[in-house]
Structures are given as C-alpha cells and as structure tokens.
Design a protein around this ligand. Structure first.
Ligand code: AMP
Length: 120
C-alpha cells in the first residue's frame, strides 16, 4: 500500500488542520487526540511519510526512530503521568483497527486503563 499524502495527520503536519501540540522537534509532533479515550490521550507521530510501525522501522533513519521514542518519553514527562502509570499503543492496518494511515503512537494516562485488549 502506498502512503496517502491526504490523510488527516499529513494535513496536520502541513498546517492545513489545527492541532493542540504537546511537543514538537525536528522529526516528531505530539498532539492531543481529538476524541480522547482517557484523561490524557496524546498522539505521537513522525514528520516523515510512514504508514505504520513496520514501515517506519524498515525505512526511517536512526535519528527519526530515536526522536519518536524520545518524544514519547517527553510527552509522559510533560503530561505528568509517569508515576501513576500509562500505556502506549500503535494500531496497524485493518486487524489492528488503524483509522488514520500515518504512523501514530497513542499515549494514554490519567486513569486505570483496564485490560490490554477488549474481549471480542
Ligand atoms: P487509530 O484508530 O489508531 O488510527 O487512531 C486514530 C486516532 O486519531 C483516533 O483516536 C482519533 O480520535 C484521532 N484523530 C482523528 N482526527 C484527529 C484530529 N484532527 N486531531 C487529533 N486526533 C485526531
């Protein structure tokens, strides 16, 4: 599958759609999810055009990979969720339930998050 440059996160990165930024650096943007599933729900995305974690891990530079994971740590620090605990999640493809085809790491915190996966 080829990367869709008109996905909503690509449009946020181009400044076409506003976002509530939590953290930004050369390679990464983190912003509040528009439909939060927890008191803290932040999305951490690479600025490069990657669809999923497997795409990113195969093609991104070491600097981009380091920046994404350091940005997760920054978001945890900035939102104050480290001590109480938190969760990160990256959905990929149809079985993973990915809605936006630009890699994003969800960071959740601020309440007990329950079991890792819902029973279906
Ligand atoms: P996923 O199902 O893993 O692809 O998650 C996509 C996430 O993007 C959902 O949690 C949406 O609420 C969130 N989302 C969609 N549009 C926006 C937007 N414009 N700003 C912030 N978050 C968004």
């Amino acid at each position: 599958m080829t990367y869709d440059p008109n996905n909503i996160f690509a449009r946020i990165l181009r400044g076409e759609i506003p976002n509530k930024t939590v953290y930004e650096d050369e390679h990464t943007l983190a912003f509040h999810d528009i439909n939060p599933q927890a008191p803290v729900h932040v999305l951490v995305i690479p600025k490069g055009a990657y669809q999923s974690m497997d795409d990113f891990s195969a093609k991104a530079s070491d600097a981009e990979i380091a920046a994404l994971f350091r940005a997760v740590g920054k978001v945890v620090e900035l939102t104050g969720i480290a001590d109480a605990g938190w969760r990160m999640l990256a959905n990929s493809g149809a079985n993973g339930g990915q809605e936006v085809p630009h890699l994003h790491i969800h960071v959740f915190g601020g309440r007990r998050l329950g079991p890792m996966l819902a029973r279906v």
